[in-house]
Design a protein around this ligand. Structure first.
Ligand SMILES: Cc1cc2nc3c(=O)[nH]c(=O)nc-3n(C[C@H](O)[C@H](O)[C@H](O)COP(=O)(O)OP(=O)(O)OC[C@H]3O[C@@H](n4cnc5c(N)ncnc54)[C@H](O)[C@@H]3O)c2cc1C
Length: 406
C-alpha cells in the first residue's frame, strides 16, 4: 500500500447504472469525487447488457433534469399503455398515458444506451475513475473513511469524507461493514431476449401472469420495421436451462404459447440471457460516513420494472442532500437521506414482492381474488389512479429533480 493516501470528498463504489448516474448528478457540486468500478472496459460495468429498462415518467424527468434526455431520446420507445392479464382468467387491467395526462407512461430503453449516455456524461466531469479497480478494505476513522483499493498498478489507499455504496446486490461495502441483508431466493429466473411479433405493438407494454411467474412483452427500439419487442419471461429456475437449450423455433413456440395470441406469431429472436431472481434488502441504509443506494440498498424482482427507477430516485434525493456546502459525511446528512428514502423504498419493495407472491400462488381462492382484483383495478378509478401514480414513480416523496420539468 502507498504511504500517502489520496484524499477526496466522495468515493462512489460501483459504476453500474446507479453509480454512473450519481456521478453525473453530483458533477455541478464541484466536489473531489473518485468512482471505483471493478469491471474493466471496453464492456464496462456488467449491467451494460442485453436488458431494456422501462424508465417510468418520474425517471424520465430525472434524466431530463440531468440534461441527458436529448441524448437518450433516440434510443427510447414510448410506452403508451399497459395491459396486465392472467393466463386462464378474463380479468385485465389497462393503464393509458391519456389517463395519466402524460405523453407516455414511460420509455423502454436498452440498458446499453443508458450506460453509454451516462458514461459519456460522467467522462466529461472532473471525477476521477479507477477502473478496473476493486474495493478491498474499508475503515471508518473519525472524520474520514479509509479505503484500500486494488488497481492494475497495485493496492492504493484513499481517504473519503463520504463513501457511497452503489456496488450492487452483493455489496462489498455491506459485507466489509458486517451489515446484514434480508434475502429471498424466488427460485425464478428471467429469460431476456428480443422478438418480432407478427402484429405491431402500438406502444403497448404487456404483462401476463402465469403460474411460473410473469411474462412481459415490451416495445423495443432499434428495429427498421418498428415492431421489435423485448421479452422478459420469468420461469422456475429448475426449468431455466431447459428453455435456454431449446432451438430458436421451439423457444419462440413456447413463448408464444405462454403469451397467447394478442400479437400473433413471434418471428425473430435475439440472444437469450437468463437472470436468477432474488430480493436483497439491506438491513441499513447508512453507517458512519457510508450510504447505500440502488441495488446495494435494495435489489428487487423485475416484475414491476421498479429497480432502476427506485435507484434513480435514490440518486435524485441524495443529490439534494449533498447540495449544501460543508462536510458531506455528517450524521445529520445521512439521517436526512434515510428519512427521505424510507417511505418510497418500503412501498416499492412491498408492492413488488406482494405482486410476485400473489401471482405465483396457485391456491384456488387466491386465483378468484386476483381475478376480482384485476377487474376491480380496471373498474375503480381511485384504486387505478393510486397504482398508476406508484408505477409512474410518483407514489411517495418526489425528489425535486423528478419535478423540475413537470
Ligand atoms: C431481467 C431484469 C429486468 C429489469 N428491468 C428493469 C426495468 O425495466 N426497470 C427498472 O427500473 N429496473 C429494471 N431492472 C433492475 C435494474 O436492472 C437494476 O435495478 C439496476 O441495474 C441496478 O443498478 P446498480 O448500479 O444499483 O447495480 P449493479 O448494476 O449491480 O452495479 C453494481 C456495480 O458495482 C460494481 N462492483 C461490485 N463490487 C465492487 C467492488 N468491490 N469494487 C468496485 N466495484 C464493484 C459492479 O462491477 C457493478 O458494475 C431489471 C433487472 C432485471 C434482472
Amino acid at each position: 500500500m502507498t504511504s500517502a493516501a489520496q484524499t477526496c470528498d466522495i468515493a462512489i463504489i460501483g459504476g453500474g447504472l446507479v453509480g454512473a448516474s450519481l456521478a453525473v448528478a453530483l458533477a455541478p457540486l464541484n466536489l473531489r469525487i473518485v468512482l471505483i468500478e471493478a469491471t474493466p472496459p471496453p464492456r464496462g460495468a456488467p449491467s451494460w447488457d442485453e436488458r431494456c429498462i422501462a424508465l417510468n415518467a418520474a425517471s424520465q424527468q430525472i434524466v431530463a433534469g440531468l440534461g441527458l434526455w436529448d441524448a437518450l431520446r433516440p434510443s427510447a420507445v414510448p410506452i403508451l399503455s399497459t395491459h396486465i392479464s392472467e393466463r386462464g382468467r378474463f380479468g385485465v387491467a389497462r393503464f393509458t398515458a391519456e389517463q395519466a395526462g402524460l405523453p407516455a407512461l414511460g420509455y423502454n430503453v436498452p440498458i446499453r444506451a443508458i450506460g453509454a449516455v451516462f458514461a459519456d456524461a460522467a467522462a466529461k466531469t472532473s471525477m476521477q475513475t479507477l477502473m478496473p479497480a476493486k474495493l478491498k478494505s474499508l475503515l471508518p476513522a473519525g472524520d474520514v473513511v479509509r479505503l484500500g483499493v486494488n488497481t492494475q498498478e497495485g493496492e492504493i489507499e484513499l481517504q473519503a469524507q463520504l463513501v457511497i455504496a452503489a456496488d450492487g446486490a452483493r455489496s462489498t461495502v455491506r459485507e466489509l461493514l458486517g451489515i446484514g441483508a434480508e434475502t429471498r431466493d424466488y427460485q425464478q429466473s428471467a429469460i431476456v431476449t428480443a422478438i418480432r411479433p407478427q402484429r405491431a405493438h402500438r406502444g403497448v407494454a404487456y404483462e401476463r401472469f402465469l403460474p411460473s411467474g410473469p411474462l412481459a412483452v415490451l416495445p423495443k427500439p432499434d428495429d427498421a420495421q418498428g415492431q421489435a419487442c423485448s421479452l422478459v419471461w420469468t420461469v422456475a429456475s429448475e426449468n431455466c436451462a431447459g428453455y435456454l437449450a431449446l432451438d430458436d423455433e421451439q423457444f419462440l413456440a413456447a413463448a408464444e404459447d405462454a403469451f397467447g395470441e394478442r400479437l400473433g406469431r413471434f418471428t425473430a429472436l435475439g440472444r437469450r440471457v437468463a437472470y436468477p431472481l432474488e430480493r436483497v434488502i439491506s438491513e441499513r441504509l447508512s453507517a458512519p460516513r457510508v450510504l447505500f443506494l440502488g441495488n446495494a440498498a435494495q435489489s428487487l424482482h423485475p416484475v414491476a420494472a421498479q429497480g432502476f427507477n427506485l435507484g434513480l430516485r435514490d440518486v435524485a434525493n441524495l443529490a439534494e442532500v449533498l447540495a449544501e456546502p460543508g462536510d458531506r459525511g455528517t450524521s445529520e446528512r445521512l439521517a436526512r437521506y434515510e428519512a427521505q428514502r424510507e417511505r418510497d423504498r418500503a412501498r416499492v419493495a412491498g408492492f413488488t414482492d406482494g405482486l410476485v407472491r400473489l401471482f405465483s400462488n396457485a391456491v384456488p381462492g387466491l386465483r378468484a381474488l386476483r381475478h376480482l382484483g384485476l377487474l376491480a383495478l380496471d373498474l375503480t378509478p381511485p384504486l387505478k389512479q393510486a397504482v398508476l401514480q406508484q408505477n409512474l414513480g410518483y407514489g411517495a416523496s418526489v425528489p425535486a429533480l423528478a419535478r423540475r420539468h413537470g
